[in-house]
Design a protein around this ligand. Sequence first.
Ligand SMILES: [Zn+2]
Length: 250
Amino acid sequence: MEGAIKGPCMKSCPICTHSFPNFLPLPNSYFDTFHRLNVSYSLDQFETLNVGQYSCPVCQASDRDRLYALFLKAYVQQRSGQALRVLDIAPAPRLSQFLKSLPGVQYRSADLMSPLADDKVDITQMDCYADGSFDLIVCSHVLEHVPDDAKAIRELNRILAPNGVAILMVPILLGLQQTDEDPSVTDVNERWRRFGQDDHIRMYEREDFLKRLRAGGFQVKSLNVATFGREIFRQCGITEQSVLYIGQHS
Ligand SMILES: [Zn+2]
């Protein structure tokens, strides 16, 4: 009987493929910071963030990593073993490991600071990469740190292969009327309050983010619960308001 009750409720992680009763919530430190600084919005207002089921208890993958994995598994299957030149910008350890495991992958990572990355690169000037060098670019939670995001988006577009795809994700606060940005704000508390983290310089409003991507030469597909299915989102601990933005050449 136990199996019959447990089975349908179990969660599973598309990154490490383990199953378990539940994902782990976002660490308390976030709530403490938001509370202490009297932040005027709530963590639930972020478009793609599962506060209650944030990380995998086995591999620590976040809900957004899991969302990317759902897309990537289907994407590589479609390509049936063709070589896949991947650029992972500001690599996150668990996702990076997953990307390296994809069939046919030729993996590189880039970061302005991190010694873990293959290439030390400024995203607004990626001269070391020729036009159309990558079939898949992962640029997740990077642009909100970059003062000239328009230039960064144009560079991402330039180095993407003609039929390539780019995972283009930033924190998006639902209910925001317009993007709030100010690189001159250096006060850590003020940054937390307005931009959601101590090293962010803007908070994106959704339509404005898409507009910026289009201005940089991308056409953008929004993949959501209708794309993947409610049951898959539930199993993988992804909220129904989550959206994955995939950029391609327009
Ligand atoms: Zn996992």
